[in-house]
Design a protein around this ligand. Sequence first.
Ligand code: CA
Length: 83
Amino acid sequence: MQNLQAVLEGQLGLDLTGWTLTSASGVSADGTTIVGQGVNPLGDTEAFIAFIPAACPADITGDGTVNVTDLLLLLGAWGDCQP
Ligand SMILES: [Ca+2]
């Protein structure tokens, strides 16, 4: 399990300064939409909806771009798979 607020801020770059996400109450079937409650910077409880961009399987580094670095990682792992 991961901390949703940490993922939204750390991995997706959202600025949630002053917010505290307190609960997630629903997730779409494809996992790209999450709804819940949080406390906004004014201290009021408020609903939130977060849209998570679908992952790009070719972006091996996870930096949002498919480029030569991803290709080199793929080529570096070329060959027989070790369990
Ligand atoms: Ca990449």
